[in-house]
Design a protein around this ligand. Sequence first.
Ligand code: ADP
Length: 489
Amino acid sequence: MILIVDDKKENLLSLQSLLASQGYPVETAASGEEALRKVLQTTYGLVILDVQMPIMDGFEVAEMLSGYSRTRDVPIIFLSALNIDKKYITKGYRSGGIDYITKPIDPDILLLKVDTLYKLYEQKRELNRMQVLLQQEVEFRKTAQQESHEYAQQLRAILESIPQIAFSCTRDGKIEYSNTHWLTYTGSAEYPELHPDEPDFASILDEMIHQNEVFEREVRMTKPGENSYRCFLLRAAPSYKDGKIKSWTATFTDIEEQKQSSRRKDEFLSVASHELKTPLTSIKGYIQLLERTLTEDCPGKLYVERSLLQIQKLDSLIADLLDISRIESGRMKLHRTTFPLDALVRRAVDLMQQISPDYQFRIEGKTDAVLHGDEMRLEQVLLNFLSNAVKYSPHQKEVVVSITTTNEGLVKVSVTDKGIGINKIDQQSVFDKFFRSEESIRNFQGLGLGLYICADLLQRHDGSYGVTSEPGKGSTFHFALPVIATNQN
Ligand code: ADP
């Protein structure tokens, strides 16, 4: 917008129409005072000022304009009818004007000057705007840099304060930072030395890099110059940039003590269960002999039968403990044969019916499926499901075993009871070692090992397993195994 200031109406009109004809937006003021009022309300790109005006002449107006911050940079062209001498011209420039035109005005010259000054003003404004933006950007970056520096320091302080060995490395494993524990353990900025049986660090890092999420693995490491190794848990978490892994932050936690105490516990379990098993087998044999010698009407027979039942329970607890120590030490062996599933189910159900005569067992379905695996161990799995169904349904004495084949060449066995049921959260843990629900801990005896052993045995047979249940209504435990043939007889 251009402001023309002249006390003569005809001059205002002719200049206005000249500039408007070239497409400039124009406003006019008929006196210095009016011009000052207008510049306070509107931002002008150029002011064309008549020098000779009553009350306040053009030089005074220019001086005032150069005093306001918002009008200081607006270019001014002075117009004067006088054949003015040098001192007026210099006064004009000093008072803030940028150019000077004497009357009579040459329209072409005026338009050229207007065009140049107007454009200059626009460019200057744009430059100022850019400068402000740049300044803001610089400030923003400075703050961000400061924050990220503080954040890095904080992260390092955290890594220093933890008892573990900690480090951070680039995406491909180049160490960027390691805490003091690292140095006291390794003595250098290199990765520590691993046990000869472990893969080297390069392959562990390779494994880590190919895992797009938190990585965990146990490694045995030694200090330089020592030959005793300790077990550590390496845990590395990736940081991402643009969806790709940028770096890793990782810790080595010394778990040697836990490893040793778990080893001692396993050894104790193994020795204790073996030691208990031998005398118990003898006791069981003698009591069975004693039972056979007693006639039905002998008053002691009932007690002998009850003793046998308790011995049976003890026997199965010890068997579970032995199985656990076999699993933990990698000594669990399977004796695989080929056998029909339906017969196995029948046998297990008949046995359970004998042990729990007041329960009703029902088999639904028929498969004729032939499986390959350890028949005794798979029977043990089904017996475990069945004895749990009995144990955890003390009031509803109905158990259904259903057997079906699936289109994927599997046989599916389900054991359904109408007992206490299992809530959703506990359903995820029932196959975990030592897991027992709150309710079972309160009201039922057990070690929480049976289902863990079942899960291990089923995995060894390439089987799958699971549970569906509703608290208070009952549970269905199921497993599926691959069928190798169908017996047509
Ligand atoms: P235990 O029966 O000795 O506790 P298991 O490993 O056989 O050990 O079972 C683990 C837990 O799963 C049990 O303690 C119980 O909480 C739950 N559970 C297993 N079977 C059933 C069932 N049929 N109904 C309800 N809860 C069950």
